[in-house]
Ligand binder design. Structure first.
Ligand SMILES: *Cc1c(COP(=O)(O)O)cnc(C)c1O
Length: 389
């Protein structure tokens, strides 16, 4: 038997994910391969469901951060090639091979571990090598690419199937010179790999802003995350030509408690909000444990009956209070939109990330496991929207 549940849910519109994939593909042109990034549970959107849609749409690769994320997707019945950006940790080689996962490597110890594990299954294993061209994070430094490429030559059970780098500031056109510098360092490194006898079939540099600003930049694949989820306002430079994108995630709940309060009374911890007039106040069952962050206190707005209504007082672990005095006929059980649109109101993830002085990715990634994802799929033949958990 299933019980009813708390009404706080993240609605994931898989039709918009599909739409964004298609607009990006046609914007980039069909010669550029697309690796769809589904790490971090698809930026909080649900890695399994999103991977299935992206696989069906023809994504050439899926990308994750860890072997654990890769295996979760593989075991759900996804057959696409999966690239694990963050490498792996000692003892995880067998898991990669068993589940047909391709690791990114940047240390010789990783090459040795995969080489050994590949030998035991009697076949060569593909790896992609990450070159650090200026991100200063993961990757073999570009000025070490030549010696690394030569050392890789001694592993008989490895194929260098891909070479990649990651941009530090492709979203900032004022730093375009640095992105171009990273690009030329990458192409130098590729030359060194070729000279050492490796011929990577996949060469990829661009993330979302890198790709939308300037395509594959001489590589043959791009790695798209944010734009697929419609998170672009704070990721892409303003004023550039870009594909049409639709937000995929909405965050909704319901009014669980309503009360009227006279003027001069306080709401919530710390008494940061005091009613200035007789007020109608609603309690919404969402709090910072759900990822509706405390920094939104007294600053965010929600949509009820198509009207914007302000969050008042401190957001607590499980509850958020909203002033609904100006919402005509606000009632118990009314739908509350915290991210999304309804009537005259629109609240974008980017509006909340601005309040938190962060980027939209951190907001969607931060929506916790306590919030069920509800998937909205393609309309069926009967044209009824099919909602499925
Ligand atoms: C996360 C990530 C991406 C995707 O970046 P977006 O800005 O979301 O497109 C691409 N490449 C690597 C290596 C990443 O870690």
């Amino acid at each position: 038997m299933t019980y009813a549940s708390r009404p706080t849910v993240a609605e994931i519109d898989l039709r918009n994910l599909q739409f964004n994939f298609r607009t990006c593909r046609s914007f980039l042109g069909k010669d550029i391969r697309i690796l769809a990034v589904v790490k971090a549970d698809a930026y909080g959107h649900g890695a399994i469901e999103c991977s299935k849609v992206l696989e069906k749409e023809g994504a050439d690769w899926l990308g994750v951060a860890t072997p654990e994320e890769a295996v979760e997707i593989r075991l759900s019945g996804v057959f696409s090639p999966i690239l694990c950006f963050g490498g792996f940790w000692p003892g995880q080689e067998a898991m990669l091979i068993q589940h047909n996962i391709t690791p990114v490597i940047f240390e010789l110890s990783q090459a040795a571990a995969i080489d050994q594990a590949a030998k035991t299954v009697g076949r060569r294993w593909p790896v992609h090598v990450k070159v650090d061209t200026g991100m200063g994070r993961l990757g073999v430094r570009w000025d070490q690419a030549s010696s690394f490429a030569m050392e890789l030559g001694r592993f008989e059970n490895l194929t260098i199937e891909g070479l990649m780098t990651h941009f530090a500031s492709a979203d900032d056109l004022s730093q375009n010179d640095f992105t171009e510098l990273q690009t030329s360092r990458f192409h130098d490194s590729l030359f060194q790999f070729n000279a050492a006898g490796h011929s990577p079939a996949f060469t990829d540099l661009s993330n979302s802003p890198g790709a939308i600003v300037k395509g594959a930049r001489g590589g043959n694949m791009v790695r798209l995350g944010g734009v697929l989820y419609g998170l672009a306002e704070d990721i892409l430079p303003a004023g550039i030509n870009k594909p049409e994108l639709k937000p995929v995630l909405s965050l909704v709940s319901e009014i669980s408690h309503l009360k009227t309060m006279p003027a001069g009374e306080s709401v919530g911890y710390g008494r940061t909000f005091v009613t200035q007039r007789p007020s109608t106040v609603a309690a919404i069952p969402i709090g910072y444990n759900d990822g509706y962050r405390r920094v939104f206190s007294d600053r965010a707005k929600v949509i009820i009956r198509g009207n914007l209504a302000p969050v008042i007082g401190r957001i607590s672990m499980d509850w958020t209070m909203v002033d609904v005095t100006n919402v005509p006929d606000a009632s118990l059980g009314d739908k509350v939109v915290l991210i999304g649109n309804e009537g005259r109101g629109t609240i974008r993830t980017e509006d909340l990330s601005r309040i938190a002085q962060t980027i939209s990715y951190e907001v969607t990634c931060g929506i916790s496991r306590r919030v069920p994802r509800l998937y909205v799929r393609e309309t069926t033949k009967s044209d009824a929207p099919l909602m499925e958990k």
